[in-house]
Ligand binder design. Structure first.
Ligand SMILES: Cc1cc2nc3c(=O)[nH]c(=O)nc-3n(C[C@H](O)[C@H](O)[C@H](O)COP(=O)(O)O)c2cc1C
Length: 174
């Protein structure tokens, strides 16, 4: 099992989370790719993928993702298993919390990949609006991290989410 983790990060928070996810799952399983340096087309060489991105400027996509955004539609991700995580700030940007995570999810929908790693929108979050929620608002479409307002929760969220996606993978690959 080989997992490709592709991330874009403007001020390094998404990158630090990528390293923690890799360390949690195991460096022998997870290869990191900063999409500033590596093209997203490289994702086609993995069967299992994790994509990480932050939201910027009132609901906009992180700049490195933005510059490869049009390539996503052409990617052959059919049948691949994909988990997402996002970075945002629910206090400073409460009307746009994690919007980019939701936008990436929507962009991937038509590509025929299997999505795992949905994350509960529990009482530990407080924000006005987010495009990253499922229709019933019960889940984020991926792990929602907030290093600005809840940095103290990130490590335990990452740990729990990694265990969750490993279980979801085990179910699918059994
Ligand atoms: C100018 C600015 C705009 C931001 N806009 C949003 C936003 O609209 N929604 C959100 O959830 N977070 C927003 N954030 C918070 C960032 O997503 C957060 O700081 C994140 O950790 C940055 O990750 P990165 O350094 O990996 O890009 C914004 C932060 C800044 C500084």
């Amino acid at each position: 099992m080989k997992i490709g983790l592709f991330y874009g990060s403007t001020t390094c928070y998404t990158e630090i989370a990528a390293e923690k996810i890799r360390d949690q799952i195991g460096a022998e399983l997870v290869s990191l790719h900063n999409i500033k340096d590596d093209p997203l087309t490289l994702a086609e060489t993995y069967d299992i993928l994790i994509f990480g991105l932050s939201t910027w400027d009132f609901g906009e996509i992180q700049e490195d993702w933005e510059s490869q955004w049009d390539d996503i539609k052409q990617l052959n991700l059919n049948g691949k298993i994909v988990a997402l995580y996002g970075m945002g700030d629910q206090v400073g940007y409460t009307d746009w919390f994690q919007d980019a995570l939701g936008m990436l999810h929507d962009e991937l929908l038509p590509l025929g990949c299997e999505r795992i790693g949905f994350w509960p929108n529990g009482d530990d979050y407080e924000f006005a609006a987010s495009k990253a929620l499922t229709d019933n608002d019960n889940y984020f479409v991926g792990l929602a991290l907030d290093e600005d307002s809840q940095y103290e929760l990130s490590d335990q969220r990452i740990e729990k989410w990694c265990l969750q996606i490993l279980e979801e993978l085990a179910d699918r690959l059994a």
